[in-house]
Design a protein. Structure first.
Length: 292
């Protein structure tokens, strides 16, 4: 693996960029630039039922308006389905996956988890699921501390390819990060839940996992993630006050800056993940409620 720092921001184009995504984009950008590394944008549109090209364009425009420019050509996942098929075939050969035609209804008694290998056949329309494992993964997160995943792989068998032929985020994200030689992931704490599955995939493919760092999730008053599902509003393009508020949630307070580039340069110097130590959630302050 390359020792040169390579980070990325990988939004899903299911809607325009909202405030929570801007905070995530900034954290990954600041960490990359603080380490004199590359920062790459990738469009995670592997779920063709929810993603739209229009939103990809809007997201990239918004990132550019905040002077968050990808250091390389933006990779678009939907152009790489053959690659994901190739890596799924490796897991099939290794007998690490199994066909599944369980329905949401049949899994409702397991709260939507799929805790065991089922007896579905390959002749029916089916998804491909990763077999459960007893392996316990653990790593040190610069913000969240030591994280150990004891039950995560025992209790669910995540889908890698869906019944409708779309690949899952889990497989695509691991393959992409490996192919793009990503060395550091800085992303929202909501993704801690699926980290063990990704570490397991890295291990099955014999790849080194990137360094992982999970920043606090920005939540509303109900403690829910600010997300497109919760109808977060699109942010205005190129708006300095919005940028300063996003930096505030990364514990960067800037006074007397007049331009976006000045703010970014100062923020790179001030970025210190230690200031967020142990925080998984940050509630959006009253004055920022116009973002949701
Ligand atoms: Zn099943």
């Amino acid at each position: 693996m390359s020792t040169h720092y390579r980070g990325r921001f990988a939004p899903s184009p299911t809607g325009p960029l909202h405030f929570g995504s801007l905070v995530s984009a900034l954290a990954s950008y600041l960490d990359a630039k603080k380490h004199h590394g590359d920062w790459i944008v990738r469009i995670e549109d592997v779920d063709g039922t929810r993603c739209k090209t229009l939103f990809s364009e809007q997201i990239l425009n918004t990132l550019n308006s905040y002077q968050l420019f990808s250091d390389e050509t933006v990779r678009v996942q939907s152009n790489h389905t053959e690659t994901y098929e190739h890596y799924l075939s490796i897991l099939k050969t290794q007998e690490r996956v199994f066909p599944c035609n369980c329905t949401r209804q049949s899994l409702s008694k397991y709260q939507g988890f799929h805790p065991h290998q089922c007896n579905s056949t390959i002749n029916e329309p089916h998804s491909w699921r990763l077999k459960a494992s007893d392996i316990i993964y653990s790593y040190h997160d610069p913000i969240q501390g030591k994280l150990t995943f004891v039950e995560d792989l025992k209790n669910t068998c995540p889908i890698l390819k869906r019944k409708d032929d779309y690949f899952s985020y889990q497989l695509a994200v691991v393959v992409d990060d490996h192919q793009q030689s990503i060395t550091h992931l800085v992303r929202g704490a909501d993704l801690i839940d699926t980290t063990a599955q990704q570490l397991h995939l890295y291990s099955l493919f014999g790849w080194n996992a990137p360094n992982l760092c999970h920043i606090p999730l920005i939540t509303n008053n109900m403690g829910e993630k600010i997300s497109k599902q919760n109808h977060a509003k699109p942010i205005i393009n190129g708006d300095l006050p919005t940028l300063l508020r996003a930096l505030y949630y990364l514990k960067i307070d800037l006074d007397a800056v007049t331009t976006i580039s000045q703010a970014l340069n100062l923020a790179i110097q001030s970025w210190e993940p230690n200031k967020l130590k142990g925080i998984q959630h940050l509630r959006l302050e009253e004055q920022d409620h116009y973002f949701i």
